[in-house]
Design a protein around this ligand. Sequence first.
Ligand code: NAD
Length: 454
Amino acid sequence: MPHSLLQNQRQFFNIGTTKDVDFRIAQLKALRQAIQAHESEILTALKADLHKSTGEAYLSELLVLKEIDYALKHIRQWAKPLRISTPLEQLPGRSRIYPEPLGVVLIMGAWNYPFQLMMAPLVGAIAAGNCAILKPSEIAPHTSRVVADVISKTFDPQYVTVMEGGAEVSQALLEEKFDHILFTGSAAIGKLVMAAAAKHLTPVTLELGGKSPCIVDRDIHLEHTARRIIWGKFLNAGQTCVAPDYLLVQKNVKADLIQAMQIVIREFYGDDPSQCEDYVRIISDRHFERLVQFLGDGRVVIGGDKNPSDRYLAPTVMDQVPLDAALMQEEIFGPILPVVEYEDLEEAIALINARPKPLALYIFSRSQQIQNRILKETSSGGAAINDTVMQFGVSALPFGGVGDSGIGQYHGKASFDTFSHYKSVLYKPFWLDIKLRYAPYKGKLGLLKKIIGW
Ligand code: NAD
């Protein structure tokens, strides 16, 4: 089945239709229209899978419309050949770089933003002129169905199509030779994807996760800091790849920050977050059980309530968590926020650098010197200063990891680049043929040395 789908797409790609920029623009507009037309089905599916509220769905899933608009605004510019200067010794001649589509690409997604993580990469794949097969996560089955439905009603399967299913479907797809694979998910599966891709020399973009630290200095606006941390952590009940995973808080501000966060949690989700429309549930029983285990790793200072029957886990803050506890070793990916204190910034930086490079890093401080020092002395996929998660929404900022948190980037122009090959071309006319480069070289060495700058 994947084989014939791929063959059909390859045949269609070879006709050349997708190379036409007007065609790509029309498809992006069709996608935009289809998403808007299916708004209520998308919202219902997200509610069914994750208890995601309409507000959160717009903020974090339907936000993909902004990616489409950004691509529509810039696509003609991106698709233009680039003029490059040609060195004097190569004249007469001119140099150009042509962006060309890769061919047929595979987009595999995670369950936490099950709509957005399919559509945002697709925008790039279409803008760059590719055909695409999408494989949504089976763990969010309602959204997977809606993605398949929206795509099948909008595109011919020989251009863009969806294959639903679990690991066995992914594995069958990975047997095939694609021209690029963009995978969003865990590092463990990312390694399998990369190994399968290597057999075909297929390039990959791996959008993975990790433990994104959030450093809080003494010199902050306490209320704004608390609000921005709590929002980024408990959005989607912490099931966000760029959520602040744990806090590194300067000792003197810790008690005040915990108190401020408690106030903000009540402000956002009320006295009983289980009754709040805007509070998301854990995706599955298996994921719920995993998170509940973490509650034993330290002292719960806020929250901790749970209800397995609807996979509710309250916004929870924990203190006194040993650094070697599972909660401080594994990516949490749920509504539990450990608070680790530090005295000197050096300690916080050393702790971050002793661990795999994270997808995001957050710094709360008024001091530019501290901001710059942390940015300079640590490495992370991206970062935000005095905010969390919002960097994801800036289309012009390439999004991706480094080291264990991923390979490659997308969003905006970076998506176009990810799904394009930049073909370098040198043009030469016939009217002049300088013989300096041809043998015999006797008598030419002095000039050759001069040209290469010996
Ligand atoms: P996952 O790795 O379990 O699944 C991702 C995809 O891989 C799914 O489509 C799944 O069907 C497929 N898959 C599962 N088992 C497979 C196998 N054996 N062989 C081939 N394919 C297989 O990840 P998840 O649980 O859906 O997502 C959570 C992880 O994703 C977290 O680590 C999170 O940080 C990360 N994430 C990263 C980003 C990002 O943009 N960087 C975004 C969201 C989530």
